[in-house]
Design a protein around this ligand. Structure first.
Ligand SMILES: Nc1nc2c(ncn2[C@@H]2O[C@H](COP(=O)(O)OP(=O)(O)O)[C@@H](O)[C@H]2O)c(=O)[nH]1
Ligand SMILES: [Mg+2]
Length: 362
């Protein structure tokens, strides 16, 4: 902020001195027009289907755009890509900021590409528009993976509600799969509701932790433990190795107290270092076991079908809500009714009824 002020200050100082026309106006317009010229949907679709990362990236930009024209184009691309989708495994990675998610994904992703896999990394972080934290973090922590031609990294869509970001990520998954990425990793910031949203779009959910001062279970939300298919104690290197081993025991004990999962999968607890890469290959082995088991039992497909149903209903709910709250008559009536409720002139239920009646009659 102070920097910004300083800049304005120095600009003000020069106010009144006209700057010479050093640029060629028509040339600028030409450049701008060129930039605006996006490839056609058909070009993007064939690019994606042939595994072109630039085409994939541009199509995701269309998904993230709020311009209705772009949305229409994006929908067309998604539709064409759907038959090529669903041929991947989707892994969600969560944990509090600083636990090492991006560093882990770099190590894990590199390991996967060394096995010949094609890895796409997406992020769900509705807060990133404010902090830019994850975007900067991702870029610097995934230096090697960024350069890997069998990897595709896309920071989170920004400036949106969680529902909006989550939907865009889900649509981006479809495009990544159509582009031939067989392993999709979704990083979430471990705050708020983003874990639940990510959990409902992945096959395997991994919770990253670090060892603390022996009070590992303090402050960890029960719901998150319940969602986890694996708990990985990261930063198990140097002086931390012993503490990490103790944390592993504590988490294993705690997990045994939870009821069995519908998948019949017993979540595992393990340690790793994303810096020395110790334990990374073992984590992949565990995840592969999970996929073998759930494919055999049919749970894998069952879960995906359930997720598709869930997202369909979610989308309907979101659209209905936003349609309701964006009606001009509702906006003004809502304000009045809220005051009436505040002053005890009408009961909350009668007030809701009034608004809904108005909406359905409109
Ligand atoms: N010693 C050690 N440091 C790590 C490890 N993983 C991550 N870090 C460090 O922890 C910090 C946060 O990592 P980052 O990947 O950005 O965390 P994120 O916010 O969860 O994505 C960085 O300084 C990393 O270098 C690890 O396994 N061992
Ligand atoms: Mg990160």
């Amino acid at each position: 902020m102070s920097n910004f002020n300083k800049q304005t200050g120095s600009l003000n100082e020069k106010a009144g001195i006209s700057s010479p026309e050093i640029t060629n106006a028509p040339a600028i317009i030409q450049i701008k027009n060129k930039r605006r010229q996006l490839p056609s949907s058909e070009e993007l679709i064939s690019g994606i289907l042939s595994g072109n990362r630039t085409a994939l990236s541009r199509a995701i930009t269309l998904i993230e755009s709020t311009n209705p024209e772009h949305t229409e184009k994006a929908n067309q691309i998604i539709k064409e890509c759907l038959p090529g989708a669903n041929k991947s495994i989707r892994i969600g990675i969560t944990g509090v900021p600083g636990v090492g998610k991006s560093t882990f994904i770099e190590a894990f992703g590199k390991y996967l590409t060394s096995l010949g896999k094609k890895v796409a990394v997406l992020a769900v972080d509705p807060s990133s528009s404010l902090s830019h934290g994850s975007i900067l973090g991702d870029k610097t922590r995934m230096e090697e993976l960024v350069k890997d031609e069998n990897a595709f990294i896309r920071p989170s869509a920004s400036g949106e509600t969680l529902g909006g970001v989550a939907r865009k990520t889900r649509e981006s998954i479809i495009l990544c799969e159509a582009a031939g990425f067989d392993t999709i990793i979704i990083e979430t910031v471990g705050v708020g509701q983003s874990e639940t949203a990510v959990h409902s779009m992945v096959d395997f959910f991994l919770l990253l932790k670090i060892s603390g001062a022996g009070d590992e279970l303090q402050g960890i939300k029960r719901g998150i433990m319940e969602m986890a298919d694996a708990i990985v104690i990261n930063k198990a290197d140097g002086d931390n190795i012993k503490k990490a081993a103790l944390a592993k025991i504590e988490f294993s004990k705690a997990l045994h107290l939870f009821p069995p999962k519908k998948s019949a999968w017993q979540p595992i607890v393990t340690t790793c270092s994303s810096v020395t890469k110790e334990g990374v290959s073992q984590i992949w082995k565990t995840i592969s076991d999970y996929f073998d088991t759930t494919n055999e039992t049919g749970y894998f497909q069952e879960k995906r079908t359930g997720q598709n149903q869930f997202w369909m209903m979610e989308t309907i709910n979101e659209e209905l809500k936003s349609n309701f709250y964006n009606q001009p008559e509702i906006i003004s009536l809502l304000e009045k009714t809220q005051k009436a409720v505040q002053n005890n002139e009408i009961s909350p239920f009668a007030a809701a009824q009034l608004l809904l009646e108005k909406y359905f009659k409109a």
